[in-house]
Write a protein that binds this ligand. Structure first.
Ligand code: NAP
Length: 375
């Protein structure tokens, strides 16, 4: 039995992780579920899956606590997080945004296997991620694909890797049209159903830029050997190009439960227990170059990757506040990347050395964003 905990169990990835576990109940002992709020959804998950612990950062009502099944213990946020890390063999970190940094840190420090979905932490905890690479299984579909592909090729045969991007909902819009994009439009992703932060990041392509930074740390590749291609169908998740002129693609239907299934059973493979599409049902496959005039997040993230030092971490904090301000209607769509650029232009720090340094740089970038917009 695998002892597993899910951090961010009520979100898009967390829920899909439980869908996989539901199909393979006998293989798992669910140590804990952790979320932010004492929501009905968290309660229902606890009632169905009966983990050892359920935990959140909000104070649950008396009724909520009384509705927990016998044997399921409630722990408040911080205490819950530590108990889950201590008692599990592997943890899925599916917490969104910068809140996922501390959990990744604790999991890796304790030497537990990290099923890594939260991308912000993989960018900011560069040294730790490099040092603990052996206990990390990437869940993000692109990195999961590259993780699998790179295990099949020798370093000496590798020319470069490609990250694919759907292009988001605004791939065909002109720069002029992007000025008037509304929050509802940006939240409507064409191929993936995800939480709000990553959906907005996918619309600006900041998500892909961040994935570039994530890939550098996960696979120890320089930025020059990672390319980004627009691939609207989201079927090819990763590509490796070999020195002999061949390319190897990782293809699967658009379903995050596939990389989740892989990560839960790694290094073994298990049958996909959901509706399977044949290659004939999948559409044709196209690739395009990124329009960097329209999507300035890509050259920005490449610059950040080249500069290194404080910039990747500052970018994560800056993007967190920029997306929040956009969702609150305080800034327009194109201003998301402009604000991130403005914050980075004022970041004169050294590369963070400790968790405290990381968190304080993020908080600096976040507060700087608020100050610049006058929130
Ligand atoms: N969704 C995807 O397809 C996808 C693909 C690749 C990578 N990712 C990455 O996976 C991560 C999760 O994405 P998502 O789309 O699943 O996000 P989401 O749907 O917004 O869910 C976020 C989860 O995190 C919990 N959470 C938020 N703040 C927390 C805190 N301070 N402490 C504990 N739990 C907290 C939320 O709890 P409440 O429900 O109580 O608020 C919820 O369970 C992100 O880093 C994203 O970039 C997602």
């Amino acid at each position: 039995m695998k002892e597993v905990a899910i951090l961010g169990s009520t979100g898009s990835i967390g829920t899909q992780t439980l869908e996989v576990i539901r199909e393979y109940k006998e293989d798992f002992e669910l140590i804990g579920l952790l979320a932010k709020r004492a929501s009905e959804k968290l309660l229902n998950q606890a009632r169905e899956f009966k983990p050892r612990y359920v935990s959140c950062y909000e104070n649950p009502s008396k009724d909520w606590l009384e509705a927990l099944p016998k044997g399921v213990k409630f722990l408040r946020g911080g205490e819950g997080l530590h108990a889950l890390v201590e008692e599990s063999q592997m943890l899925m970190n599916a917490i969104s945004g910068t809140e996922g940094i501390l959990p990744t840190y604790l999991v890796l420090q304790k030497g537990k296997r990290l099923l890594a979905s939260n991308k912000e932490s993989l960018i900011c905890l560069r040294r730790l991620v490099k040092e603990k690479r052996d206990i990390i299984v990437p869940v993000d579909s692109e990195h999961n694909a590259l993780f699998q592909l790179l295990s099949m090729v020798e370093e000496k045969d590798l020319k470069r890797v490609y990250l694919t991007a759907s292009g988001g909902p605004f791939r065909d819009k002109s720069l002029e049209e992007l000025k008037s994009v509304r929050v509802e439009d940006a939240l409507n992703h064409p191929t993936w159903r995800m939480g709000a932060k990553i959906t907005i990041d996918s619309a600006t392509l900041m998500n892909k830029g961040m994935e570039l930074l994530e890939a550098i740390n996960l696979f120890d590749l320089p930025v020059e050997r990672i390319d980004i291609l627009i691939h609207p169908q989201s079927l090819v998740h990763g590509i490796v190009e070999l020195i002999d002129g061949s390319f190897i693609f990782h293809v699967s239907q658009t379903d995050m439960r596939i990389p989740i299934l892989y990560s839960l059973f790694y290094p073994n493979r298990k049958k996909y227990p959901f509706e399977r599409k044949s290659l004939i049902d999948l559409s044709s496959i196209n690739f395009e170059r990124v329009d960097t005039e329209k999507f300035r997040s890509i050259p920005l993230c490449k610059w950040v990757a080249l500069m290194g030092g404080p910039y990747p971490t500052a970018l994560v904090g800056a993007d967190q506040i920029a997306v929040e301000l956009f969702l609150e209607g305080k800034i327009g769509f194109l201003q998301i990347v402009e604000l991130v650029e403005e914050i980075l232009s004022q970041a004169s720090f050294k590369e963070p050395q400790s968790l405290e340094d990381v968190l304080s740089l993020i908080s600096w970038a976040y507060e700087k964003g608020k100050e610049l917009v006058g929130r």
